[in-house]
Design a protein around this ligand. Structure first.
Ligand code: S3P
Length: 450
């Protein structure tokens, strides 16, 4: 089992205005996909702006184990010499995906239709998460999975020697499952079809097209069908990774609730399948301007100018928006505590199977900070206390979950008393440099001396 290094507690204290420019790291979803598709392409894929978070570094290491040559040339500047579709070698070691559900699920898909066997593991968080949602559809291609009870890691996947194409309707809105099926479909003859009722992030589809795969969509009664023609030759590409809107969410929400703040967050992806938080914040009365809209690396991006917004009010986020903001609910819950009136988040049951049960983690943490919350299996409601109304002053558990840790630290910046998170190590999975970036803006965030 992998770990995250020596745990350290970290405190966020009430802060003066946050000001300046926040250069947030590259998009995590796109970074994983660039490495995996680079490994499946012929030739050298060059990647700039790659997120060098632990999740992505674990995927890079996995691609090496499957035979690709992955090289770091400088900060965010990487190359991948691919082995071609169907060219994965059998790894001679266990594939450790650390904390990353995206990493393990996409890599399982990518190897499931090659005649090789690989064993996957992760940290305590990942080894609790359900893998049946990918091994189910991968079995339809002919792959066989042998894992722990409940479809948990560690798990061995035996790839299909004679894969058949698959038609699969997603039972849960999950870009990871969609992507695993599409990546498996690459090495199956004929057409593989994935059908999704609710749109989930579409980076795999965009990038597959960019690498030369033939992919089309059709509206059907079951939902949107994504149809991939198998056994293409993927051609190496240059991939410019835009900055991660999910990481941007932390300085953005912090600036909205810390009085006097005015920050700029340049080059953030505005992919519509990732934009739900920003729609919600606008509805809540947030002062955010989207400047210089443009296209970078096949994704729409903009520079965000964010100013303190004392008039934030609670809203309802509809279930159909949940997939487009699935990773942003922890920080939205923190921000909602400072709004007037209640914020109701609907259709969020998937949060229960993330790096932690994020509904439970946020509910318990907010309660400890003096905020009233209510939850059902599928909703989280936060009773806004208004600006200055959150007491804070608590020690909270990050539960091996980077977004829980960062959401509580954002909360601490505007609460009446400091908030301490018991373990800040998970932050490095998605947002290395978080502390430096936030303190550079003026945030009072510091590690607690042992
Ligand atoms: C991701 C999909 C989402 C998201 C995760 C990244 C991806 O997970 O929560 O952080 O890159 O495909 P699900 O597919 O489980 O919704």
């Amino acid at each position: 089992m992998s770990d995250h290094g020596t745990p350290f507690a970290i405190t966020a204290a009430p802060s003066g205005p946050l000001t300046g420019t926040a250069q947030v790291p590259g998009d995590k979803s796109i970074s994983h996909r660039a490495l995996i598709l680079g490994a499946l392409a012929v030739g050298e894929t060059r990647i700039t702006g790659l997120l060098e978070g632990q999740d992505v570094l674990d995927t890079a290491e996995a691609m090496r184990a499957f035979g690709a040559t992955v090289t770091r040339h400088g900060p965010g500047d990487w190359s991948v010499h691919g082995v071609g579709v169907g060219g994965f070698a059998e790894p001679d070691r266990v594939i450790d995906c650390g904390n990353s559900g995206t990493g393990v699920r996409l890599i399982m898909g990518a190897m499931a239709t090659s005649p090789i066997t690989a064993t996957f593991t992760g940290d305590a968080s990942l080894n609790r998460r359900p893998m049946g949602r990918v091994t189910g559809p991968l079995a339809l291609f002919g792959a066989r999975a042998h894992g722990r009870a409940g479809g948990r890691l560690p798990m061995t996947l035996v790839g299909a020697a004679d894969p058949v194409p698959v038609r699969y309707a997603l039972p849960v809105p999950s870009a990871q499952v969609k992507s695993a099926v599409l990546l498996a479909g690459l090495n199956a003859p004929g057409e593989t079809v994935v059908i999704e009722r609710e749109a989930t992030r579409d980076h795999t589809e965009r990038m597959l097209t960019g690498f030369g795969a033939s992919l089309r969509t059709e509206e059907t009664e079951e939902g949107r069908a994504i149809i991939l023609t198998g056994q293409p030759e993927l051609r190496a590409q240059s991939v410019a990774v835009p900055r991660d809107p999910s990481s941007a969410a932390f300085p953005v929400c912090a600036a909205l609730i810390v009085p006097g703040s005015d920050i700029t967050v340049p080059g953030v992806s505005r992919n519509p399948t990732r934009d739900g938080l920003y729609t919600t914040l606008s509805e809540m009365g947030a002062d955010i301007a989207f400047l210089n809209p443009r296209s970078e690396g096949g994704e729409p991006v903009a520079d965000l100018r964010v100013r303190h917004s004392p008039g934030l009010h609670g809203v309802e986020t509809p279930a159909e928006r949940a997939a487009a903001m699935i990773d942003e609910f922890p920080v939205l819950a923190a921000l909602a505590a400072f709004a007037r009136g209640q914020t109701v988040m609907r259709g969020v049951r998937e949060l229960r199977v993330k790096e932690s049960d994020r509904i439970d983690a946020m509910a318990r943490g907010l309660e400890a900070c003096g905020v009233r919350v209510a939850e059902t299996e599928d909703t989280l409601t936060v009773q806004g206390m208004g600006a200055g109304g959150v007491s804070g002053g608590a020690m909270l558990a990050s539960r091996l979950d980077h977004r829980i840790a960062m959401a509580f630290l954002v909360l601490g910046l505007a609460a009446r008393a400091p908030v301490t998170v018991d373990d800040g190590t998970p932050i490095a999975t998605s947002f290395p440099g978080f502390e430096t970036l936030m303190t550079g803006l003026g945030a009072q965030i510091a590690r607690v001396r042992a």
